[in-house]
Design a protein. Sequence first.
Lengths: 154, 321
Amino acid sequence: MSEKELRVTKIKDGTVIDHIRGGYALDVVRILGITGQEKRVMTIAINVPSKRFGVKDIIKIEGMALSAQEVNRIALVAPHASINIVHDYAVVEKQEVELPKTIEVIIKCTNPCCVSNSGEPVSSKFHVKNEEPLSLKCHYCGVSIEKADVLKQL
Amino acid sequence: MLFSTLGLSCFWCHNLEFKGRDIVSIEDFIQTEINHILDVAKSMEPLAKGGSELLKGKILATLFFEPSTRTRLSFESAMLKLGGNVIGFAEPDASSTRKGENLADTVRTVENYADVIALRHSLEGSAKLAAEFSKVPIINAGTGSEEHPTQALIDLYTMRKESGKIDGLKVALVGDLRYGRTVHSLAYALALYSVELYLVSPETLRMRKDVLATIKSKIPVTENANLEKIMPQIDVLYVTRIQKERFPDAAEYAKVKGAYRIDLKTIEKAKKDLIILHPLPRVDEIAPEVDNTPQARYFQQVWNGIVVRMALLSLVLGAVE
Ligand SMILES: [Zn+2]
C-alpha cells in the first residue's frame, strides 16, 4: 500500500487491529459485535499484501477502545493480531494478541451433557489444543470445539 | 512407589504417588502407573479370598446418581474385604439432587462422612468436577458416555492374568464402539501398550473420531475389520453390548444384533488361547453355549473387578504404596 492510500484510511482516535490472518477480518468484526450501524468511521482491508504473513487483514475503527475481554475474544479467531490504540493520529499503545493456553468463561461447552452446563458453581474452561485451525478441548467433558462452534456463540 | 521403596529417587519419571490421588480418567495415567496398579491388584488376590484389615476404620461412600448395581456391589465388596466400611446411595431419588442440590455441594458434604468417594453420574466431566471440589479422593465409577477407568483397568488386568502379557496382543473390540463407555477408556489404555487393535462394529456405532485419532497416533488400528477373517489371529475378543435405544427402528436393530452375535460358529477358527471378554451385563451378544468354552473369561472378569478395586482403594488411601 502506498503512503497516499494509507493516508486515506488513517484514523484520528480509535483502534487499529493489524496482522489479522488473511480472510479473518469479518470474523473479528462479528466477534466485536459490530454491525456497521454504529455511525463510526471504519475501514476493513482484506488480503492486503504483508511481508510477515503473505497476506493480512486490517480493521480500523474510529472512536472505539477495546476492553480486555474483547481482546481475548479476538485471540480466538485471530491469534497474533496486533492492536494499536491511536490518539491524535499517532499510535500511543501497541498490544499483541495472544491466545492463552486455557480459556475461561467466554464460551460455553457445546456438549449438552457436560457438567459445566448443569448449574454447578464452575465456569466453562477450555484447553487450547491447536491455534490454527482453532481447536479447544473442554476441561470437564473433553469434547472438542472448533472455530465454527466458537463463532456461533460470539 | 517403586523408587522410594528401593530408596532411590527418579527425577525424570512420573512420580508413582497414589495416596490422595483421584482416579478420574484413564488418560491421566502413564504405563508405569497402570502396571503398578495391576501389580498391586495381583497382591490383593489372597486378601480377596481370605479377607483383611488393611482399610479398617476407613469409609467408602458410593454415590450412584445413575443405578449400576454391579459396579456398586463390586466397589462395596472390595471395601468390605479390606476391612473398611461403606455408606452411600444408589438411586437419584435417594439423594437430595431432586431438590436441586448440585454435585459440588453433595461432594463437599459427603467428604465429611467418608475417606474416599466412588462416583457414578450421567453427566460428562462430573468426576473431574467432583475431584476439584472434594478433599477426599474421587474414584470414577462411570461418568457420561466416555469414562469408566476402573473397568478399563479390570480389562487390562484380565488380559495380563489370562494371556500372561499385554504387549504383543492382538485385540478385537466388537459391538458398540461409539456409545460404549467402557470401550473408550479401554482403547485409551491399550494405546499405552504395544498392541494391535481391530475394530468391528456396525456403521452407525463406529468409534468416535476424536478417540480414534488419539489411539491411531499411538498403535496400529484396523478399522471396519471382518471378524471372521481376523478370528484365527486375535488373542483377545472384547465384546460390548449393542443397545436397542441406539437404533431408529427395530428391524435395523435386529439385523445388526444378529450380525455381531458371538456363538460357537463365530469362534470355530479361533486360537486355542483366545480369551473372550465382556464388561457385563450381557444381553444376547454372546450365546450361552460359549460360556463353557475354554476361551470364555467374562465371569473371571467379575472376580478381577474386586481385586482391581481393592488395589485402587488401598492405593488412594495410602494403605499400600
Ligand atoms: Zn464440556
